[in-house]
Ligand binder design. Structure first.
Ligand SMILES: C[S@@+](CC[C@H](N)C(=O)[O-])C[C@H]1O[C@@H](n2cnc3c(N)ncnc32)[C@H](O)[C@@H]1O
Length: 208
């Protein structure tokens, strides 16, 4: 498939992105909407969950990506492979997380991943970073008791911030660091590993 060139960064706080995600009827999206769900936030072209969906038919995968053109491309790839356990939504997760989670079947959310989020280095842009305490709070409320929240980044400062926010959430506990629980690497991860650069990772679970 022809690779579409798109703008690298999108400001999630700009007016055009402060709109609700259009939510589907999940029974028309997944063959079995009650299967455990893996939610990948900021999925870009969605290759990670596409590979995961191919080898895990009893798990549903959902990618959320703010750049609509990438979601169109990802949905086309899903349709070409006729995968019925994979979907992508276009929109700003920070703006629509509550509605999205509320729309899902009960207790399906088992995995959340935030992988190599845009780092927004300048101080005045830090508030554009995707993983914020309010987003974590909303997500953790819906995460199943044996659920897992995985983060990774090649930017130490960003990984440290994400980890601190997750540790500050009293419903989560750190399970391990520097281990990737998934057998598939994201596009960004492959690029970083190819250059031999470090990746900072952490996995959290529900606190009892
Ligand atoms: C650096 S890319 C990483 C993509 C992929 N996770 C990977 O590891 O290859 C971060 C992605 O998050 C998306 N993104 C940033 N803010 C977002 C938001 N608020 N909601 C949804 N997607 C967002 C960006 O458009 C971009 O595609």
């Amino acid at each position: 498939m022809k690779r579409i060139r798109v703008r690298q960064h999108v400001n999630p706080l700009s007016k055009q992105h402060l709109v609700s995600i259009t939510l589907p009827d999940w029974s028309t999206v997944y063959q079995n909407p009650k299967q455990p769900l893996h939610l990948d936030l900021g999925c870009a072209r969605g290759k990670f969950i596409l590979q995961m969906a191919k080898s895990n038919p009893t798990i549903n995968f959902l990618g959320v990506e703010i750049r609509e053109v990438l979601v169109k491309e990802a949905l086309q790839a899903r349709d070409d492979l006729q995968l019925t356990n994979l979907h992508y939504l276009s929109g700003n997760i920070n703006y629509s997380v509550a509605e999205l989670l509320f729309s899902l079947p009960l207790e399906v959310l088992h995995w959340i991943s935030v992988q190599f989020p845009d780092p927004w280095f300048k101080n005045k842009h830090i508030k554009r970073r995707m993983l914020q305490p309010e987003l974590i709070k909303a997500l953790v409320k819906y995460l199943s008791d044996d659920g897992m929240f995985f983060i990774q980044s090649d930017v130490f400062e960003v990984a440290k911030e994400m980890s601190r926010y997750l540790q500050d959430n009293c419903d989560l506990q750190l399970l391990n660091q520097d281990v990737n629980p998934f057998p598939v690497a994201t596009e960004r991860e492959l690029g970083v590993l190819r250059k031999g650069e470090p990746v900072y990772r952490a996995t959290f679970g529900k606190q009892f």
